[in-house]
Write a protein of this length. Structure first.
Length: 363
């Protein structure tokens, strides 16, 4: 696609409505129109910082690396399950899993990038101690032990992979996520219990009321704080809401940077509620719980898939409490799974960056 990328507003132009008040126009036609984000020339690109963890952050990074070469990922370090949890328990290190996924998402589309992406994501299958360990987790931890520096080691892995951006942990110490959950025990549906551990919180059958970190005043990685303060755009989400997105707002130095930065802030919503953690949540309820955890946080844009927002008026009202505009665009894959399409998400980010004000030297 050549020429100027179409504005998001064009995706919401008046058309005959179908079932549920949604446009009857072919979604595939709008998807074809939305593709077309192009990398900016060197020196004209925004500084973007993306915060999150897991597959949600990976989806955002896979999109953002298509439109800027000045990209930093700030990643949660509260994972306590699987290979990461085992390494954390045995060696006392930061959980490397979400950091590894972010690095894999930043790998290029050439043979080198895709080969290394597969290698660091590869998991051993055996009957011994190596079973289910990811190669990238072992590589990252080995470099931490060799260099004694989290940031330097991750930068070195990124250089090896040819990563299109930088990956930083949000804190320099392993964190424990704790949640107050109503009905965690189905036999006591009205009781509120404290649930400990990210893996347990993510799968709780109850209703998460709030989350906090242990320690409750964790130190932020200075490079992560500096990146947020120096950014043109900060992207929060998508991802597991209570275990990957909100934890960034619970690190005091990082929250201060997010509230004080001159960067514009965009919140990228999930495509569907997550079983267990946000079961039954509407899009606007995601915003409500975010606001309860960080009442001073302001946003500029809330991005959501147009098909995932049945009540646009309620969504607009919820966003206004943050001072944010709502932008709707087709960003989901067309295979029926609740996963973001990297090209569509890139096109949406690209248009938002162009439409909602240009700050910094990339103007």
């Amino acid at each position: 696609m050549t020429g100027r990328t179409p504005r998001l507003s064009r995706l919401r132009r008046a058309v005959p409505e179908g079932r549920g008040g949604r446009p009857a126009e072919s979604r595939s036609g709008r998807i074809a129109e939305a593709r077309g984000a192009r990398p900016r020339r060197r020196g004209t690109q925004p500084k973007v910082v993306a915060l999150g963890g897991g597959m949600g952050l990976s989806a955002s990074l896979a999109a953002l690396r298509r439109i800027t070469g000045d990209l930093t990922a700030v990643v949660t370090v509260a994972d306590d399950g699987g290979s990461s949890g085992r390494l954390r328990d045995e060696l006392g290190v930061l959980p490397p899993g979400d950091l590894r996924k972010a690095l894999a998402a930043l790998c290029g589309d050439d043979d080198w990038g895709q080969t290394w992406s597969r290698v660091i994501q590869h998991r051993f299958q055996s009957r011994g101690d190596l079973h289910d360990h990811a190669v990238g987790n072992l590589l990252i931890v080995a470099l931490w032990e060799q260099l004694g520096d989290h940031v330097q080691a991750l930068d070195l892995v990124g250089k090896l992979l040819g990563a299109h951006g930088r990956v930083l942990p949000m804190s320099a110490v392993p964190l424990e996520l704790q949640a107050l959950v109503r009905g965690h025990d189905p036999a006591r549906p009205d009781d509120i219990d404290t649930v400990r551990g990210q893996a347990t919180v993510a799968l709780t059958p109850g209703e998460v009321q709030s989350v906090h970190l242990v320690p409750n005043d964790p130190p932020a990685v200075p490079e992560a704080v500096a990146a947020v303060r120096d950014a043109d755009w900060v992207v929060l989400g998508p991802g597991s809401w209570f275990s990957s997105v909100i934890p960034h707002l619970l690190v005091p130095e990082l929250l201060d940077a997010l509230t004080q930065t001159k960067a514009r802030r965009v919140l990228s919503l999930n495509l569907a509620p997550q079983p267990g953690e946000t079961e039954g949540f509407s899009p606007q309820r995601h915003l409500e719980v975010l606001g309860r955890h960080a009442p001073k946080l302001a946003l500029d844009v809330v991005l959501a898939d147009e098909a995932a927002v049945p009540d646009r008026d309620a969504m607009t009202d919820a966003a206004k409490r943050f001072g944010a505009a709502v932008e709707l665009a087709p960003v989901a894959r067309t295979d029926g799974t609740p996963r973001h399409d990297p090209e569509l998400l890139a096109a949406a980010y690209d248009r938002i960056f162009r439409m909602h004000g240009r700050i910094g030297p990339w103007r």
